[in-house]
Design a protein around this ligand. Structure first.
Ligand SMILES: Cc1ncc(C[n+]2csc(CCOP(=O)(O)OP(=O)(O)O)c2C)c(N)n1
Ligand SMILES: [Mg+2]
Length: 758
């Protein structure tokens, strides 16, 4: 049915106009805020935590320079991106969010982490605090208990910077990758702009789950020019999200990327907030905020969170601030900025001005402020000594935290999709007399089963909705589940994967589609640096139950950019599982297992297999990820082939049989983790190995299979393994060239015979 969106313009003369973007509109102060509800305690907390962040960062400077006296000899390794000068942004923003709202952060994120954790603890229950301090506090003394919890929070933060087991991420992440899932901190990101889509995805999850949460995405000014910012802004602003996408993009504009300046140098705009006008009719509610005024930031973020909660997100805030130190401690700043400029900003120092305002309003005396400074110093000293004497991770635990060993096989019935939520009767696949259906229908059946079973499973990607996907492998699901669960995205491959990663960290189980695996190269940061790493880097604490479905093509004259077999681009990342089934039976069982797995899975379908048929039980079944299957038993040689190449190898095996050669054909089905045991057992028996794959020979996954098996079976093998691959060229278009390029049954047979010396 055609969409009901009218795309025919009226061609009338006119002009496009945009609502104005407010600049520095806040005109409150301590007195006015207190008159409208800010308590004295809250006001003092803001100063206390700004002082805590400042002292934390100054301690890193001292540690690095050998000037932290108790540890003068200590060698502080790791990055030193400090946020001295920017404290009002972190504190203003976090004081405005709810305890369970999400944030994502940046390489300059110590302040964000301290602020988020502290405010989450401020708002936590005594039971939670007792658990957080592992029984160290006294529930009868709430102030003491909170103090204890704040100290514990600072200890864990500092311990992470020291790379210790007690750190928030067990020393796997360090200062640039702190995450704290207790407090909704979904992780700092050392890839500039890397968290844009993660944040939009977490907000998508909050909106779909209806849990009322908002996600605030801290990004630097430099990050706003990275491609993912555009994709994420657009994703969050899509008109089809009738409930809005509750994400606040907070640009912490400290005036410099590393040394490049957004204003006047590397962009053409005065204010990055202006970009909001490009994404939706209300400019994403963009505004420019004085980031040196903690109350102005608090006001702006409170309003932004309110907009998000009332279904009007996303929001874009640009907070003007300044980093006093260099980009890192190795940057002396002299080549790109003047002392006068630094002094001008320091005159507006957020801590000094807020302390003065508190004193002037009679909220805190000078002595009280001095005392707060001392308390901050003492807390950070304790945290530093704690971190120093905390435990170094044991090298034998290096794999801990890489993959989750859990699934959603057993789920609470509350997650089942209620019948009333369906927009149409579920699809029944037509089976022939032998129970066979198409490979593409097995995809649909698996998706539908899992979506019925668990309403956290949603499906999105390019053209997957009304059109049913470029290869019709999602056909009908939009009609059954509606736009809430099945929707089209813009052509934004990086955002598709990044949002899926973020959504999976925030409670959804998204399945997303990339039309061709060739387009995976558009997503490398989101797949390789974010989805693959976010569990390990954050100490094994995150779960990312997401599935990226994609397809391999080839053999259709589509040439270099639509015919590649790029599975090795996914298998190279620890933290991902990769599946490439050849039969419809395996598609159904493995796709269901992938959706239930709590790890990110890349699920590779093959365009040539979509119309193959196979007996596929209509009942629910899963196939364990990581188990190969013997497709044909044999005794002379083992051939390993997956995806479409399985069929080329099968034909070769049949031809070989006519020449008296008995081939054992193994389909690994899962590439990562690879079932080396089954392949090795076969090779121990046959003593010969040929690996077949569609990708070119250099840097291919077949090299890994050959290596892993030879490493186990060297003594049993009579000849080295042979890889039958495409030529080392991009896929050509012309049929004679493409035919020459793809491994054919004849070519496979020739190699089998060579390996056997026949
Ligand atoms: C994708 C990417 N490109 C470059 C870098 C190197 N780098 C680290 S921080 C930084 C500057 C980032 O500027 P901004 O986003 O304004 O954040 P700020 O450092 O000012 O807090 C650069 C270029 C990186 N980490 N990631
Ligand atoms: Mg910057």
């Amino acid at each position: 049915m055609p969409k009901d969106i009218d795309v025919f313009p009226d061609f009338q003369r006119g002009e496009l106009t945009f609502p104005a973007i407010p600049l520095y509109q806040y005109d409150g102060d301590v007195t006015s805020e207190m008159a409208s509800g800010l308590s004295r305690t809250e006001a003092l907390k803001m100063l206390e935590y700004m002082l805590t962040i400042r002292n934390f960062e100054e301690t890193i400077v001292k540690l690095k320079n050998g000037k932290f006296e108790p540890l003068a000899q200590y060698k502080f390794i790791g990055a030193t991106h400090l946020s001295i000068g920017q404290e009002a942004v972190a504190i203003g923003a976090m004081s405005a969010l709810n305890a369970d709202d999400y944030i994502t952060s940046t390489h300059r994120g110590h302040g964000h982490s301290i602020a988020k954790g502290a405010y989450a603890l401020e708002k936590a229950s005594p039971e939670y605090l007792m658990e957080f301090v592992a029984g160290d506090g006294d529930p009868a003394d709430p102030r003491g208990l909170l103090d204890c919890a704040i100290q514990e929070h600072l200890n864990r933060t500092m311990a992470e910077l020291f790379g210790k087991e007690e750190g928030y991420c067990r020393g796997r992440g360090g200062g640039m990758h702190i995450a704290d899932f207790h407090s909704g901190h979904l992780g700092a990101n050392a890839i500039v702009g890397g968290s844009y889509a993660i944040a939009a995805g977490a907000a998508l999850a909050a909106s779909k789950l209806g849990d009322g949460k908002t996600c605030l995405c801290f990004v630097g000014d430099g990050a706003t020019n990275n491609g993912i910012s555009h994709e994420a802004y657009n994703f969050a602003a899509m008109a089809q999200f009738k409930e809005g996408c509750p994400v606040i993009f907070l640009v912490e504009n400290n005036q410099y990327g590393m040394t490049g300046q957004e204003r006047g140098e590397v962009t053409g705009v005065e204010h990055l907030a202006r970009r909001g006008a490009g994404y939706n009719e209300d400019n994403m509610h963009a505004e420019v905020v004085n980031g040196m005024d903690v109350l102005a930031v608090r006001d702006a973020v409170s309003r932004a969170a309110e907009l998000c909660r009332s279904g009007e997100g996303p929001v874009l805030l640009e907070c003007m601030t300044y980093r006093y130190m260099g980009h890192s401690l190795s940057d002396t700043r002299e080549t790109y900025r003047s002392k006068e400029e630094e002094e001008a900003w320091q005159k507006r120092d957020a801590i000094k001005t807020f302390a003065t305002a508190l004193a002037k309003a009679g909220v805190a005396s000078k002595d009280e402020i001095r005392l707060m400074r001392d308390i901050a110093r003492e807390r950070i000293e304790r945290a530093t000594m704690y971190a120093y004497s905390a435990t170094d991770p044991d090298p034998s635990t290096i794999y801990e935290g890489l993959l989750a060993d859990t699934t959603s096989d057993e789920i609470d019935p509350k997650w089942a999709t209620p019948k009333e939520a369906l927009h149409a009767e579920p699809i029944q696949q037509n089976r022939d007399g032998q129970g066979r259906i198409l490979y593409r229908h097995a995809v649909i059946e698996a998706l539908q089963d899992e979506m019925l079973r668990d309403k956290r499973v949603i499906l999105y990607g390019e053209d997957v909705a009304d059109y049913g996907g470029a290869f019709q492998a999602t056909k009908g699901l939009f009609e059954v589940f509606g736009r809430e669960r099945v929707f089209n995205t813009a052509i934004s491959e990086a955002a598709i994967i990044g949002t899926a990663a973020g959504a999976s960290m925030a409670g959804l189980r998204p399945v997303v589609e990339l039309m061709y695996i060739d387009f995976i190269l558009m997503t490398m940061d989101q797949l390789g640096n974010q989805a693959a790493k976010n569990r390990y880097m954050f100490g094994g604490k995150a779960k990312l139950p997401m599935v990226l479905r994609t397809t391999i093509g080839g053999g259709k004259g589509y040439a270099g950019q639509h015919s590649q077999s790029l599975e090795a681009v996914a298998t190279m990342f620890p933290g991902l599982k990769v599946i490439a089934p050849s039969t419809a039976y395996d598609v159904k069982g493995l796709l269901k297992a992938a959706i239930r797995d709590d790890n990110p899975v890349v699920f590779i379908e093959h365009q040539h297999c979509y119309t193959n048929t196979d007996a596929v039980p209509a009942e629910d079944y899963t196939i364990p990820i990581g188990q190969a299957r013997i497709g044909r038993e044999g005794t002379d040689i083992t051939v390993v082939a997956y995806s479409w190449m399985y069929y080329q190898a099968l034909e070769a095996a049949e031809m070989a049989a006519e020449e008296g050669i008995s081939v054992e054909l193994v389909d690994p089905r899962t590439l990562r983790p690879l079932d080396v045991d089954m392949i090795a057992a076969s090779v121990d028996k046959t003593k010969h190995l040929v690996v077949v794959q569609q990708a070119p020979s250099v840097g291919c996954y077949g090299e890994h299979i050959a290596y892993a098996v030879q490493d186990r079976c060297f003594d049993a093998m009579k000849r080295p393994a042979r890889i039958v691959a495409a030529h080392d060229v991009p896929p050509p278009m012309a049929a004679p060239l493409e035919n020459e390029n793809l491994p054919s049954p004849e070519k496979i047979l020739r190699n089998i015979k060579e390996v056997l010396g026949r």
